[in-house]
Each structure stands twice: as structure tokens, then as C-alpha cells.
Write a protein that binds this ligand. Sequence first.
Ligand SMILES: [Zn+2]
Length: 475
Amino acid sequence: MTTLLIQNAAAILTGLAGEAARHPGPDIRIVEGRIAAIGRLTAQAGERVLDATDCVIYPAWVNTHHHLFQALLKGEPQGINATLTPWLAATPYRFRAGFDAGSFRLAARIGLIELALSGCATVADHNYLYYPGQDYDSSAILFEEAEKLGLRFVLCRGGATLTRQLEAELPQALRPESMHAYMTDMERLARQFHDPAPDAMRRVVMAPTTPPYSMRPEELREAAALARRLGLRLHSHLSETVGYQDSTQAMHGLSPVRFCESIGWLGDDVWFAHLVKLDADEIALLGQTRTGIAHCPQSNGRLGSGIAPVRALEAAGVPISIGVDGAASNEAADMISETHAAWLMQRAKGGEAALAQYRGGLGEQGADWASVEDVVRWGTAGGAAVLGLPDIGSLQLGQAADIAIYDLSRNPRYFGLHDVAIAPVACGGSAHLRSLLVGGREIVREGAIPDLDMVELAAQARVATRALIARAEAA
Ligand SMILES: [Zn+2]
């Protein structure tokens, strides 16, 4: 029997709500990859002990929206100051034809490593690099790279049967798939990779890239029906900008959420990235149907999209989770940066809504729109709920031991804190990860991934990025 005792933590946040958000610990026992005890515990004979003095313990993060291939498209000059639609044309669409099996694999590896080093154990990637005649299997590469690192991986299989006309002069790699080819591949992926277990290492999700643009309404209905028959969840982008509202009105005569209602794309098995621009009626409908959100504050800030109304969504009953989104629109695609941004930006949104009393308002507000405990809950248990993985995401007895242990003893940023529990999120930056456990297995130790040569990885990234630029310029 494998047992591990994590001893003497300075603070523990559990990912749960209310009083249960903190546990006094200070020790956690893990037996056969699951949490067996939390409290004041004594080491048993032969038990491995991990000393967590000066460390803060969180559930490992659950990232619910990403595009890993974009790890080689950071800070791209033509897109750096653009809003969503021109950025899509300038960066992800202009470069996607330049990816081959090698550069795609390298990008996935870099993105997953960045996440692991922030304390993230579960990654849902919205991959849309699929086209007719593609000579590499991007789905298989993603699962392989996650497995090599020991991370849980949820493939949100994107793609389209219509083009967005952002790619007029670009080649084969931008051509849409046929509905038959897309759905046949979904059935293959479900057979090959999908595990319905509550603590699965591999999941598959139906995820056409953007409902109003990617498929015809009857195809979206058919895709939802197939997913539900196969036991797969549904995911996509929605309502990221006012442009979504304008184009969905123009194309379908409905608001984006009402359009999703009309095609059977709302429910507790559906979650959408962004949901920045919403009418009150849409917020209520998302709440009634328990449709979830992957909140991506850094990407929404970087692209000038806005700040999602997370507080109103949660009050309406919407399950909240956090996603880093692709690194082409978020040059800090790790869960510490993302949750730090979520914490600040919800409060800023509250402050933006404040109105002076002499003008009929209530005066100052906003500082309680998101606590660190809220943000940790969204980024852990919230993510697990949205992905349908009930055995991960919180620190309680019986849960899979997906645990991030941050060491606060090495960085002056963490000195002088009156409440160390909030430090990894509230202080931001890059907390030193003493250990990341996934199902009790140590994936990161002392801030490093064992046997990974980071200097070599950096050199590979430089070469691959130069090659992508050359291919885009030659196209
Ligand atoms: Zn996205």
C-alpha cells in the first residue's frame, strides 16, 4: 500500500464554499492516490513524509479552456494590439497552416509544462486544428503529451463545417471538414480515448469552434444529439465580444444564448468559454439550464473584449470555472496568473459599476465581488464540476489526490503576510511549486519536472517559432 503524509502545512484551501473553504490541517494523508485523512496526523512506520512547513496547499487547478497549439504564437506583432476578429485573422488563422506534427507537439508540450508548473493537474484543450487531408493526428499528439507529463487531459474536439472567411487566401489547412468526416472522427475519438470514470485521465468533448459560425443549425443539433448518445459533454466559445452579438443577430435573428437554446446547446452538460457580453435574459437562461462558463479574464483583457459578469452568473446559478485560453491571446497561460487576474478584474468590474450616492447610487463597491476563496473554488472544484469529474477538484476525504503545494519561504513577495492562505492567488507572479501531485503521483518536485531540460526546450521553441514565421511569410 502506497501512503504519503504531507505534514505541517501553513494553510490549506479546499476548493469548497463557505466555512469549508479552509481546513486547519495541518497534515494530509494520501493512500493509493486518494485523500485518506486531513488533520493532525502522525507518520506511520515506513510512510513517506513530505515536509510542507511554510507551504500553502490548494487543490490542483483545473483549466477548462485552452488552445495548446498557440504556445508558439505568443506576442505576435500583427495581432498584439488587435481586437478578437482582426486578431484571429492576424495570428491563429494566419499561422495554423504552418504547423506540422513536430511543431504542434512542441507547442502542446510547452503549454502543458507551463500549466503543470503553476499547479494545474487537469487541462481541457479546445483543439481546432483539423482539416481534410491533414497528415498528423493532432488529437493523439495531445493525449500523448499529457500522458507523458502525467496530467489529466480533456480533448474538446473543435472544428467546423463552414469557414469564417478569415482565411480567404490561405491553403488546405484552413478548409472545413465535411459533417460526415467530423462526426465519424468524434465516434473514433470517443471509442479510443473517452473514459467516463469520475476521476478519468482522458475525456473527449464535442466542441465545434464557435456555434453561430462553425456549423449550420441543423448540424449543431445533430452534433449535440451524437455527443449525448456517446455520453460526451459539449463545449465551445460564446459571446466573447459585441461582434458576436451583432453577427448572431444578423445571421440567426437571435442573441447568442437564445441561438444556443434553439439548437439544443444549453444544459448542465455544456460549458462555454468567455460569456463576456450577455443580456439579463441570457444570464437568467444560462442559470436556469445550469450551463457553465470557462471564465478567461486575461485573454478577455488582452483582446479588449471586456470582463465577464461572473458574479451575476454565479448568482443566477451558472457553474463557474476558469480557463487560460490560448497563449496567442494570453502571454501568461498559467493558472496562477489567470486566477490572480480573475480576482482583480471581478473587483474592478464591481468598482466600474459603482455610482456616487448623490447621483442615486450606493457609493463604493466591488471589493467583495470575488474573494480568493471564491477564485480558488472556481479554478478547482468549479472546473471539476464543469468537466463532470466529481472525484477531483477539492481537498476532502476520498477525493483523488490532485494537490498543489506552494513554498512561500523563498520569495520576498510572500514575506510579511498576515494571511498566507491567500498568497498564491493574491500575490500573483509565480509561486514556487514545492510539489504537484496528480492522483498522488508527484509530477513536479521543487519547481521542476524531473528529467526535463528547460534550456533545450527553449532552444527548440526558438527554432520552431522562426520556422512558423518563415512559413507564414512564404504563404
Ligand atoms: Zn478560446
